[in-house]
Write a protein that binds this ligand. Structure first.
Ligand code: SF4
Ligand code: SF4
Length: 234
């Protein structure tokens, strides 16, 4: 809810004047902490978009009573409209994964937000807290099982005259760690934060990028062989 408020055109007023009498009043402090955290993490302008009204005298809007369900429904409708408009406006900038790979909507939205933000601390904060970096260590055999497993297309095969290797695009990575869990060589590390050069581009992520096509196919062969053997054992 807090992050979504960053998309609102007009401030969202929350009437908290009755909260001190409620047994759940501790939620107010938690809410303030969350807002502060969102601001510090991503420099989103949420403080200006969410106005917490704690004294009756500060109420400057019509006193309509919403129950919790209706309140969140109204908020969802408002923010969804803003987000949809935002997506439409920026469709041309979509960073689409290849083939049938699919990027979750939330990640796509975050990427659009990053593209729209001026470079600086805000973008750095988002990349530090919400992006991931995948590295494949020296035990990587270029078998590319991780490429097949990655649901979003963040991993891709590099194949050119220099040889073959593994490419990674941080803007398409959700940090699910399937690649790490599936790598039989235990070569993959998943780290929080972007550590590359260009967040939106594919970059080499393993040291064996100059491996020949024959060496690479031996790696893939070994994986298939092990899968077949495992299947026989089970
Ligand atoms: S060895 Fe591991 S990191 Fe290297 S390509 Fe195969 S699955 Fe990916
Ligand atoms: S953690 Fe690995 S499998 Fe998951 S999205 Fe990132 S690169 Fe793909």
């Amino acid at each position: 809810m807090i992050s979504s408020a960053g998309f609102l055109e007009t401030p969202l007023y929350l009437n908290l004047t009755a909260c001190p009498q409620c047994e759940n009043s501790f939620v107010v402090e938690k809410l303030k902490e969350r807002i502060e955290k969102a601001r510090a993490k991503a420099s989103l302008d949420v403080l200006a978009k969410i106005v917490l009204v704690e004294k009756k005298g500060d109420l400057v809007f019509e006193d309509i009573s919403y129950d919790r369900r209706r309140f969140f429904q109204a908020l969802k409708t408002m923010t969804s409209a803003q987000v949809a408009a935002f997506l439409d406006e920026n469709t041309a900038q979509t960073n689409t994964p290849y083939s049938a790979k699919k990027l979750p909507l939330k990640r796509e939205l975050l990427n659009k937000l990053i593209k729209r933000m001026p470079s600086g601390n805000g973008v750095i904060g988002i990349l530090e807290n919400y992006a991931f970096t995948i590295k494949a260590g020296s035990s990587c055999t270029n078998c590319f099982a991780c490429v097949g497993m990655c649901p979003t297309g963040a991993l891709k095969i590099k194949k050119d005259t220099e040889g073959i290797g593994l490419l990674f695009n941080s803007s398409l990575c959700t940090g699910c760690a399937l690649c790490r869990d599936f790598c039989r060589m235990e070569a993959v590390t998943v780290a929080k934060g972007f550590r590359g050069t260009d967040y939106f581009e594919y970059e080499i992520c393993n040291p064996c990028s100059s491996q020949s096509h024959e060496q690479a196919s031996r790696g893939a062969g070994a994986v298939i062989e092990e899968m077949v053997c495992r299947g026989r054992r089970e």
